[in-house]
Design a protein around this ligand. Structure first.
Ligand SMILES: Nc1ncnc2c1ncn2[C@@H]1O[C@H](COP(=O)(O)OP(=O)(O)O)[C@@H](O)[C@H]1O
Ligand SMILES: [Mg+2]
Length: 413
């Protein structure tokens, strides 16, 4: 076999990650600790070690694939003799001619559902797992590991919430899963000024993004949320004003929250309908209740409680979806008017924060997706040296959007 040169020498933690034999391996740690370099190294090394194998190298979005993964991959390949590899641009595929059988690396961004499906592979390697990849997507990718005898799922990530699925998967139940943790300063190849600069950022940021500590949610938007204060089973009262707060989605979940507002302006979040890849007319049937909702696996029994839902609060970006929902609900004898949402993000969030602070919101424990999202809902991380823009991270925020539409539109009058 011709000489394969790796232009870099891995440091110890990168080697532990790169050579892990576990079925699932995660490299978690501070920015710049060398996670993605190790991830790409691992993918190439396994391609060479297992001729004829196929690996998928992915990131959540196309820009992440283009700006993070590809430059590193091509930096490695540039050190190899030209006749050892080919780049097939239209297929976004690298062919490695390092053994008798050629190996392949498929470059994929995973935001697009169709890119996640497809034929079996030997390996899947994902960068920045904590950015956008849900556990369902991860499992969907795992299900493609059907080729060859040695299958590997590898990923890198920054530290995040201890409520996240990644934490639960790799910290709580590590069977056949390997976790490697590093701090920024573990990477001996970083320029000292860079390391110094990273350590001079705000403390919470350093702990999470430099030291790689989990559960540091300085960016947690609803930090005042507390299970024992805000979550309680309650009996809905038909004298409250009742609304459906809706965030439309197809690929992303469609969310409808049944929300009651009492005379004092206390918000009661009674039930949720939360499902993706279902058309609006089918949602209408599920929302109307009567039988077990196929998506949520329980009956949305609001009509048995005779809750007078009058209006739907919804995102005006999609009025067509509202009119369709309204029309279809009519077929189930549900008549609702419209309350187009005030959509200002920071205003809506402030209303919700105030409700939490004043303990004027009660969430029924059956709203499990709402409760998952409220724990994970956080501000987009600030980038050192750039002015901070206060925007939520934009993932796992569908029930949160529906709730803030409600509070900004009708919850505070
Ligand atoms: N083994 C190594 N040898 C030399 N430089 C490295 C090595 N690993 C990483 N680097 C350098 O460190 C920087 C950060 O690595 P990267 O993998 O992008 O970090 P992370 O993904 O953890 O944020 C890269 O720009 C690269 O130049
Ligand atoms: Mg990286």
């Amino acid at each position: 076999m011709p000489d394969i040169v790796y232009p870099i020498q891995l440091y110890d933690k990168q080697v532990f990650f790169g050579r892990s034999g576990a079925r699932e391996t995660l490299f978690a740690g501070g920015v710049g600790c060398g996670k993605t370099y190790a991830l790409v190294w691992r993918e190439l090394m396994l391609c060479v070690k297992h001729p004829g194998s196929i690996g998928m190298l992915g990131a959540y979005t196309y820009p992440m694939l283009r700006d993070i993964l590809k430059p590193i991959l091509f930096q490695y390949l540039a050190a190899w003799p030209d006749d050892l590899w080919e780049y097939h641009k239209t297929d976004e595929m690298i062919v490695l001619k390092t053994g008798r059988n050629h190996s392949q690396i498929w470059l994929r961004h995973l935001e697009d559902e169709t890119k996640r499906r497809g034929p079996s592979v030997d390996r899947v390697s994902i960068t920045e797992l904590g950015t956008g990849i849900t556990e369902q997507v991860y499992m969907q990718l795992m299900a493609r590991l059907r080729r060859g005898t040695r299958q590997h799922m590898s990923a890198d990530t920054n530290a995040g919430s201890t409520e996240s699925w990644i934490y639960k998967r790799f910290f709580d139940k590590p069977e056949d899963r390997r976790l490697i943790i590093a701090r920024t300063k573990d990477n001996p190849y970083l320029p000292p000024e860079y390391v110094k600069d990273m350590y001079s950022q705000p403390e919470a940021w350093v702990r999470r993004y430099v030291e790689g500590e989990w559960g540091i949610m300085e960016g947690h938007i609803y930090s005042e949320f507390q299970r024992d204060l805000h979550v309680k089973a309650f009996t809905p009262d038909r004298d409250w004003r009742w609304f459906l707060a809706v965030d439309f989605g197809f690929r992303n979940p469609f969310v409808a929250l049944w929300i009651g507002l009492d005379k004092e302006g206390h918000t009661y979040i009674w039930d949720e309908h939360y499902a993706s890849k279902i058309t609006v007319d089918v949602h209408a049937g599920m929302i109307s209740g009567g039988s077990t909702c196929q998506a949520c696996n329980r009956v949305h029994d609001w009509r048995e409680h005779a809750l007078p839902v009058r209006n739907v609060v919804f995102d005006t970006a999609d009025p067509g979806a509202f009119f369709l929902l309204q029309k279809k609900l009519k077929e189930y004898n549900v008549y609702v008017g419209s309350s187009p949402a005030r959509k200002d993000v920071s205003l809506g969030i402030q209303f919700c924060q105030t409700k939490l602070h004043q303990k004027r919101v009660t969430i029924h424990p059956k709203c499990v997706n709402f409760l998952r999202e409220i724990n994970l809902y956080e501000w987009a991380p600030a980038i050192p040296g750039r002015p901070e823009k206060e925007m939520p991270r934009g993932v796992d925020d569908h029930a949160m959007d529906a709730w803030r539409y409600f509070e900004a539109t009708v919850g505070n009058i």
